[in-house]
Design a protein around this ligand. Sequence first.
Ligand SMILES: O=C(O)C1=C[C@@H](OP(=O)(O)O)[C@@H](O)[C@H](O)C1
Ligand SMILES: C=C(OP(=O)(O)O)C(=O)O
Length: 410
Amino acid sequence: MDISIQKSKLLNHQHIQITGSKSESNRLLLLQALYPNVSLQNLSNSDDTQLMGKALTSTSDIIDIHHAGTAMRFLTAYFAIQENREVVLTGSSRMRERPIKILVDALRELGADIAYMENEGFPPLRIKGKTLTKSKVSLTANVSSQYISALLLIGSSLPQGLDLSLTGKVTSVPYIHMTLSLLKQLGVQAYFKENRIQIKPKSMPVTSCSFEVESDWSSASYFYSIIALSKVGTEITLSTYKKESLQGDSKLASIYQGFGVETEFKGTTIKIKKTLAQDTRSNIRLDLSDAPDIAQTIAVTAFGLGVACQLNGLHTLKIKETDRLEALQTELQKLGANIAITEESLKLEPSVTINSNVSIATYSDHRMAMAFAPLGLLVPISFQNAYVVTKSYPNFWEDLRSIGFHITSV
Ligand SMILES: O=C(O)C1=C[C@@H](OP(=O)(O)O)[C@@H](O)[C@H](O)C1
Ligand SMILES: C=C(OP(=O)(O)O)C(=O)O
């Protein structure tokens, strides 16, 4: 379904409750399947987390995880160690274009039995679960950290643990630390030094352990953008957040200072407030190799504010829900932007006007819809297949309505 936003005025002093991080949720669901004494609160209500939960409890021999990248990668590792179980793990047409060879090669090196059913290096996979007796493996770390997290999540269930050597510049590092931190909270011994990660086999069962998932920082990014595009003095509160976050995207709080937005923690609520008008001579320069999921939000904020922006470290964007660099370029150009992209970067010249009534294509990518939505404060704008947002944030459009966006289905 398509939707359109009439030029909207934000209501001040609103509050939004955002559900749990999908990254934390999908790791914890897998760990709960391995260690049943784990209990979880504030799980994400995203499609990706629902799919992960269903896949882990399904007894079917065909598991379809649609668009969920983490589920695809984490479940490949999980099913590889489920003895006496054979599954076909498949996904959407885009998922069948998202590479998985690095992970499959590493699992095979550990002894796994995994076969490609269509194209070499891509889902769907036929996985025959077994005990993986080896522990040492080396893998390329500059394509997706999800391959590494997938191995780490099963590491403590391997008879000899895991000894990983990472080659190349490690990308999306905070997601690896998130995985290690959750494992440590379960009592797993894990060490990450230079390019080596070691996980010890878990000898003692997990005694009951409860996790309260922090709300999703990537989802919070859209509200940072909304506040950045609002007038000085506008504020919103979001919950439930932690000062010491496991999510790399929490660096939003410092990044958005560059857009005149301040963050204040009040217990588990954050207040985000526009405190300074944007200096249009400013030039936002960031390396986002640690936080790829907020690249679209930041590019659109800079465009909306008419400031120059140079984003680097975007090499992983091409293999996400869509080629996000191409998609950003096409849609920002429709709005009137002067933008250039390379394989790993994006450069935006300061814009003067924003074209009205543009219909944004969403490319089956939730973040294309959500990143462009804040522009509804500046111009009327519409979105094709707007409900792609359910991949990570099912209540997105309702939440925007509740803070003053005039949204109609078309
Ligand atoms: O481990 C995770 O939960 C994720 C890791 C990142 O992927 P890459 O490591 O492929 O960049 C991120 O983009 C994705 O949304 C979630
Ligand atoms: C890249 C993303 O997800 P995944 O890789 O898990 O599909 C995302 O949510 O932006």
